[in-house]
Design a protein around this ligand. Structure first.
Ligand SMILES: Cc1cc2nc3c(=O)[nH]c(=O)nc-3n(C[C@H](O)[C@H](O)[C@H](O)COP(=O)(O)OP(=O)(O)OC[C@H]3O[C@@H](n4cnc5c(N)ncnc54)[C@H](O)[C@@H]3O)c2cc1C
Length: 311
């Protein structure tokens, strides 16, 4: 690097997200469908995150060339888009389960759903020492809070619901809640053996919902548990049913999240819902259209779509 580049580096603002060049340090099967991969590397010295539901991108190696063609500079996304298809690495969105900067360790919990997607396949076959590239928050940037959606404001009652893909984010959120937090958590997982031990305030009651069959009826149990609970505990705001724009989940990603920098909604309740898009869509319609919950008090995120690859 020349001195003139050094000077440019110093005066140029760093982007909120940068590439981190890492290796796999440990792999641990947490349960039949959760695999924890611990990444390591000196780059993690600059990894900046406020925890919670921090999202990242995991870049996946190409079968023959690995990361040879993946652009590592600041404009990596523009450069990546300009590449021919066969040189373009896939990447997928994940959550940070834990980060330990002093130890240079980053945990990501991958849901094992077979060989059908490059990320799940990668996690299935990963071995210690494998190279990995993660696009994550850069501590050297002045931009904070990118890739976070959790924003309960001063709401006193919390409703959190998600499937297995949201369990890592929800686990991290629960660990950071104040001891006084009160609310209900619904977690749908593939099987009974995927129920994990979570660290949460005593006032957060957790209900696990194992599916009858791990890879069928996604979202059914979650939708009905949330409906039952809301019907019993949350008074519908009479006369305030809201007409929602109908999100076509076959064409677009369902992402209806209040701006984290804006004032939170007026409700005494905050809800955060993530998982398979059609289940999230059903819960959204129920909470907002039928129960009249203010949209500023609810975050709805389609984390994946049945039958469709991310992207
Ligand atoms: C903000 C955010 C955070 C996320 N955090 C996590 C996380 O921490 N851990 C995690 O495991 N996932 C997480 N996800 C979900 C993950 O990005 C998707 O599951 C992704 O599709 C996996 O990529 P893939 O390459 O394995 O499959 P893709 O190539 O995207 O899809 C291939 C096929 O697999 C199906 N598929 C994808 N995911 C699943 C699944 N979980 N179960 C069954 N079938 C599936 C698709 O419907 C498609 O038919 C997160 C998503 C978002 C948006």
């Amino acid at each position: 690097m020349t001195h003139s580049t050094d000077a440019a580096e110093l005066t140029q603002e760093r982007p909120a997200f940068s590439n981190f060049d890492l290796r796999v340090r440990r792999i641990r099967e947490l349960s039949p469908h959760f695999t924890r991969v611990t990444f390591t590397g000196d780059d993690l010295a600059h990894f900046g995150t406020e925890g919670l539901d921090q999202r990242i991108k995991v870049v996946l190696p190409l079968p023959d060339t690995g990361f040879e063609t993946f652009p590592m500079g600041r404009d990596w996304y523009t450069d990546w888009r300009a590449l021919p298809d066969h040189e373009r690495n896939d990447f997928r969105t994940y959550s940070i389960r834990a980060i330990r900067v002093p130890e240079r360790e980053l945990d990501v919990d991958f849901v094992a759903h077979g060989d059908g997607g490059p990320a799940s396949r990668w996690a299935l076959h990963a071995t210690v020492g494998d190279r990995a590239i993660i696009v994550g928050p850069d501590a050297r940037s002045s931009v904070r809070g990118s890739g976070l959606t959790w924003n309960p404001g001063s709401a006193r009652h919390l409703l959190i619901a998600g499937d297995e893909t949201a369990v890592p984010a929800i686990s991290a959120i629960l660990e950071q809640l104040p001891d006084s937090a009160v609310g209900r958590v619904f977690l749908e997982v593939p099987s009974r053996d995927d129920i994990l031990t979570l660290d949460a305030p005593a006032g957060m009651v957790i209900q696990w919902i194992p599916r009858m069959s791990p890879h069928r009826d996604y979202g059914l149990g979650l939708v009905s548990a949330v409906r039952d609970w809301v019907g019993e505990h949350v008074r519908a705001v009479a006369g305030s049913s809201v007409d929602l724009d109908d999100v076509d989940i076959n064409r677009e990603i369902l992402w209806d999240v209040p701006d984290v920098t804006a004032a939170p909604g007026p409700e005494d309740m905050y809800a955060w819902i993530a998982g398979e898009a059609s289940a999230v869509k059903t819960i959204r319609r129920y909470l907002v259209s039928e129960c009249g919950l203010d949209r500023r008090s609810v975050a709805f995120m389609g984390y994946w779509r049945l039958g469709k690859a991310e992207g």
